[in-house]
Design a binder for this molecule. Sequence first.
Ligand SMILES: Cc1cc2nc3c(=O)[nH]c(=O)nc-3n(C[C@H](O)[C@H](O)[C@H](O)COP(=O)(O)OP(=O)(O)OC[C@H]3O[C@@H](n4cnc5c(N)ncnc54)[C@H](O)[C@@H]3O)c2cc1C
Length: 420
Amino acid sequence: MTSTVPVLILGGGPAGLSLAMYLRDRGIESRVIEKSSTAGGLARSFRVGPYTFDHSGHLLHTSRKEVLDLVQKRLKVGLNRIERRSVCYVEDKFIPFPYQQNLFYLKPETIREALRGFFRRKIKNPRNFLEWLEASCGSGIGRQFLYPYNRKLWNTDLSRMSADWVPRFLPSSDAREILKSAFYREKEPWGYNTVFYYPTRGGIGTIGGRLADQVSDRTILNARIRKIDLVKRLVHLADGSVWRYDRLVSTIPLPEFLKFAGLPPSPLLRSTGVSVFNVGLRREFPHDFHWCYVPEAHIPFYRFGVYSNISRRAAPRGHSALYIECAAPPDRLGRFRFSSVLRSLQKLRLIRSARDVDVVHRLDLRYAYPVPLLGLAAYRERLARRLGKQGVTLMGRFGAWTYVAISDVMVEARELAARL
Ligand SMILES: Cc1cc2nc3c(=O)[nH]c(=O)nc-3n(C[C@H](O)[C@H](O)[C@H](O)COP(=O)(O)OP(=O)(O)OC[C@H]3O[C@@H](n4cnc5c(N)ncnc54)[C@H](O)[C@@H]3O)c2cc1C
């Protein structure tokens, strides 16, 4: 059976659901094709025993009134405004984040190396991510923290990555700030996410769930795409049904979209996968920070966070809930074992023994971070131009293959709905 719809949306995560909602506001009919049995994408939460987990900690990093109004007033999700407490694990201790703003806490020889590298910076016009890091913080801070952390996260030669996405996440430091940080304790919070928001109840999934409710009558769950015919503008599903569209918006991972559409894959579409270990502990967490960056190569995770320090409801009294993130190319996620995560938690003195662990839930996210390789932006532009002529728009973190957050895709959806 063939059905016709003006706008067909592939993927029912925050991007696809927001788009369908804004299209409805404009009186435009659409359908969302979602492969899972629940919509919400990575903005979903779930319970294991008494603990509430996200698909790894998902916090709303935005100060945009538009997004906060959407979430609080339209979706009616109560939000807590939280001042960030994040740290880095270095020299066998936790120091405040960001590293380069908190040299004060480091050993004297480490501070000397950091300052020497900073004041001997040579690169003026960085051509790639590695050069950007050096130009911004110097090779000392690079070697101590920024290079190993980013290699661990991206699993990519940093000189093959572009730098155009970086300033938003990692503002560069000036000489006064760096010098000051060597001698004084930093008082002011610094960086792009000094304040964040999180639902008062139910984890980030409250937002994904309320978005899904807005367009549940337009969402087809458990849908398996078999083929996309770009010429005839048809999407064939595995159950035999066919959808004819005027405009197709894809938010599903771009490599999969290309496969369904019979287009060639590209080596520029490289992603970092993440194994998320969600852990419930039978004890209070020993620190009050929200999350921690871990650059050391022999510790399997690059970051971990504490749901129960973000929301007291994530775990019962006297217990705590953590997310622990290990990054690798998607086909190598299998190498992470909880036993080595556990040993590292003990080394960091976060648990006393395996008996502290109440529950463990593992999620392997094949698509977690689209790697911003050099040449990717130009490829994306060419592809968008070509697909645009066939009525197709790519959007969302994995659909458009770009490093964006939930609030970004919500804004992108509103803007796109106005153009369709
Ligand atoms: C480890 C990690 C931590 C993050 N932390 C944060 C954070 O703290 N704050 C924040 O704002 N953002 C965070 N993000 C980013 C956030 O998850 C994304 O920006 C957001 O989910 C993008 O929404 P989306 O709809 O584009 O993609 P998704 O949420 O991935 O949704 C895509 C949807 O498409 C569906 N789909 C996939 N393939 C198919 C198919 N073949 N057919 C039909 N449907 C399909 C999926 O099931 C999913 O529902 C994080 C991401 C990761 C990986």
